[in-house]
Write a protein that binds this ligand. Structure first.
Ligand SMILES: Cc1cc2nc3c(=O)[nH]c(=O)nc-3n(C[C@H](O)[C@H](O)[C@H](O)COP(=O)(O)OP(=O)(O)OC[C@H]3O[C@@H](n4cnc5c(N)ncnc54)[C@H](O)[C@@H]3O)c2cc1C
Length: 394
């Protein structure tokens, strides 16, 4: 048996043995549009995983991981999804900040922050977007300045500004913040990557209510918020490079697990169509067939993208994959609604309780926006793959 198959078997056996008892009810809970579901219980589950060494498995052993190969990580994410284990709560720390600190952090930062990501004692959120800095992230206005200390160090960074769409900030302990640290600088220059604790008087977190009626992202206001002067990743002014590296980690191996989830959703749509008679409609049948072939394309795209990850960082093929899966998933939400028919318009309960189909339909509208909108991905493909002229900037 190959080491990948052994790893897969071990992961499957562990999940089967442990997703029982107090955790049995967590199957299928959480995820985009449903992050509010059993959050405390999912946190307990993830700490249980951590105690058995199943968090941060791709990290090197010296930082608390298992040093799992890419293929082993893919196998784990597939098994995790197949077991219908609950959506992860510490994924932003595990998949985004952790790899960033391993690549760019100081030994002291790694020693301070990585163990608590592995053990799921500290949760992280991503403070990039602002009201005027989304697709155009270089327009960041949040600023930070040094206070106290001397030329040799010490003192604090003092942060002032507003972030928006900050997923899970209301559940997080820390935020990695892109802030302008060189007064008068513009665009990519003069930005820094700061690690800011959220539990302090200078931070206010206001949840934003989504179409789904739930709130999983937030506005985060920093008003003289403080963080230790050492909590800067990379040099002052080097934040853009670090921030882009973090985004590269965002499209990692978990995408193959995501497809197992997509396949489960499509299978459920097909079952519903058979049960309620919608499958007799030739147009619905046609859309189901297209969805099925689309899923195979997503898998091929993901494998191609993983080649890039194995070589160091995902290339422009990640943009092709992102447009395709995001659009596919949004269309799956529309198909689900059409298969539901008139029932799809009825709330599941008072005052605004939604069915799983309605949640899928509404939340999947955001798939083509976050992690780089379809339009931005097309710009990337146009400029970096097709060699078209760069878009004009004011
Ligand atoms: C579910 C969800 C979770 C998120 N979580 C986080 C998070 O945790 N942390 C965080 O920092 N951010 C987060 N975001 C924010 C996300 O990164 C931004 O929404 C995204 O970058 C788009 O920015 P924007 O919303 O400001 O839209 P804008 O940039 O204002 O774009 C508006 C429209 O204009 C189009 N557009 C913009 N520029 C161009 C261009 N140059 N060429 C062609 N078309 C263009 C866009 O494609 C879009 O259709 C999240 C968003 C969502 C939906």
């Amino acid at each position: 048996m190959s080491s990948v198959e052994e790893f897969r078997t071990e992961a499957r056996a562990w999940l089967r043995a442990h997703l029982t008892g107090e955790f049995a009810g967590l199957r299928g809970r959480g995820g985009p549009g449903r992050e509010h579901e059993a959050f405390a219980e999912r946190l307990a589950w993830e700490r249980h995983m951590a105690a058995a060494g199943w968090t941060c498995i791709g990290w090197p052993r010296e930082y608390g991981g298992r040093g799992a190969t890419l293929a082993q990580q893919v196998a784990f994410h597939e098994e995790y999804a197949l077991a219908e284990a609950p959506a992860r709560v510490g994924h932003i720390g595990e998949q985004l900040l952790g790899p960033t600190l391993i690549a760019f952090g100081t030994p002291a930062q790694r020693a301070r922050f990585l163990p608590k990501i592995v053990s799921v004692e500290e949760l992280w959120c991503q403070g990039y977007s602002e009201p005027d800095a989304g697709s155009d992230l270089a327009n960041v206005r949040t600023r930070a300045e040094r206070d106290g200390g001397d030329g040799d160090g010490g003192g604090d960074w003092v942060v002032t500004g507003q972030k928006i769409w900050t997923s899970l900030a209301h559940e997080s302990d820390w935020c990695f913040v892109v802030a302008r640290t060189e007064p008068g600088s513009v665009r990519h220059a003069g930005l820094s990557y700061l690690l800011v604790p959220l539990d302090q008087p200078g931070v206010e977190i206001r949840p934003i209510t989504q179409l789904t009626g739930t709130s999983e992202f937030n506005e985060v206001f920093f008003d003289g918020a403080r963080t230790d002067a050492d909590n800067i990743v990379g040099a002052p002014g080097d934040g853009w490079r670090i921030a882009m590296a973090t985004l590269g980690f965002e499209r990692g191996v978990s995408t193959l697990g995501q497809q197992v989830g997509f396949r489960r959703e499509l299978t459920a749509v097909i079952e519903l169509a058979k049960a309620n008679g919608a499958a007799a409609d030739p147009l619905i049948r046609d859309r189901i067939a297209r969805a099925w072939t689309g899923l195979e394309t997503i898998r091929c795209n993901a494998l191609r993208m993983l080649d890039g990850v194995a070589a160091g960082a995902p290339g422009p093929e990640a943009s092709i994959g992102k447009i395709f899966w995001a659009t596919w998933h949004r269309e799956l939400g529309e198909l689900a609604m059409d298969v539901c028919g008139a029932d799809g318009m009825l709330a599941a309960g008072e005052p605004y309780d939604l069915t799983g189909w309605q949640r899928l339909f509404l939340f999947s509208r955001s798939d083509t926006i976050y992690a780089g909108s379809n339009e931005i991905q097309r710009n990337v493909i146009a400029e970096r793959v097709l060699g078209l002229p760069k878009e004009a900037r004011a």
